[in-house]
Design a protein around this ligand. Structure first.
Ligand code: ADP
Ligand code: MG
Length: 259
């Protein structure tokens, strides 16, 4: 199967630190792919390169076969690489639906006129996106009063407003309660199934990863050390070494959870 997004020998060093070291992988169409690894493994650095936020030391990134590294973040985003942010970035003074309408206006290049008719345009489209993330019933509430987990779901709707072919989610469930984490990832899995979108995500709750990811890659000290399905990763001795210093399988064990 062809890859929507592909990296070849992607490398980033910060002085003597090899944050990402010769990483090559492909994200397949319709895939929910997890990138896991201990704190400092290089996950965020990898994401930041994919989004054009930082420049690679060497290597390449391809979107639908077209080289995208070297482009500005906005250009990459325009080509269909969406993202959700680790910190929520909704406007608290606006309502839920206005936030999504803003994203739709931006998507349609109408951002300069937003304040005149954010309340008028794309309401139906915005509502459809809110329905997708189970937030339609809270459309007219102000974001300021919402729970953290709800804001994260609105963020997902905002990211989808740009109709991305690829969605990058760096710790989308950071700061969420376990139940909310499970729900958000289940929702993401459903969106991957329902829409034509491929998702690369990081997540530190192993149970959530194992339950939802189609495939898992493990990064350690900048290098990809394992790749496979939940079963493969659970039983991989190298992965067990990294997570538990040689202990047993890490699912359901608190010591497996890392930041
Ligand atoms: P992860 O997201 O897996 O926790 P990061 O990609 O944030 O890991 O970090 C990988 C390594 O690169 C770490 O050693 C981190 O300290 C280092 N690093 C990340 N960003 C910078 C930076 N801007 N300057 C220097 N070192 C950095
Ligand atoms: Mg990180």
């Amino acid at each position: 199967m062809t890859s929507v997004l592909e990296t070849k020998h992607l490398t980033k060093s910060f002085g003597a630190i090899m944050a990402v070291d010769d990483v090559s992988f492909g994200l397949k169409k319709g895939e929910l792919l997890a990138l896991i690894g201990p704190n400092g493994a290089g996950k965020s650095t990898c994401f930041n390169m994919l989004m054009g936020q930082i420049t690679e030391t060497s290597g390449e990134v391809f979107l639908e076969g077209q080289k995208i590294n070297g482009l500005l973040p906005r250009q990459i985003w325009r080509k269909g690489v969406g993202r959700t942010f680790q910190i929520t970035s909704t406007y608290s003074s606006m309502t839920v639906i206005e936030n999504v309408q803003m994203a739709l206006l931006s998507h349609h290049n109408e951002i300069l006129r937003i304040f005149s008719y954010a309340t008028l345009k794309y309401r139906e489209e915005a509502m459809a996106l809110l329905e997708m993330v189970n937030m339609a019933d809270q459309a007219d509430r102000h974001c300021a009063v919402l729970a953290y987990g709800d804001l994260k779901r609105i963020e997902l709707a905002i990211a989808l407003a740009h109709d991305p072919s690829v969605l990058l989610m760096d710790e989308p469930t950071a700061g969420m309660a376990p139940k909310e984490r499970v729900e958000l990832m289940q929702l993401t899995a459903k969106i991957v199934e329902d829409r034509d979108v491929s998702v690369l995500f990081t997540e530190h709750d192993m149970d959530v990863v194992f339950a939802n990811a189609h495939r898992i890659m493990v990064l350690n000290r900048g290098r990809l050390i394992a790749e496979g399905n939940s079963e493969d990763i659970r039983n991989n001795s190298l992965v067990q070494d990294v997570y538990l210093g040689g202990g047993s399988v890490f699912a359901n064990e608190p010591s497996a959870k890392h930041a």
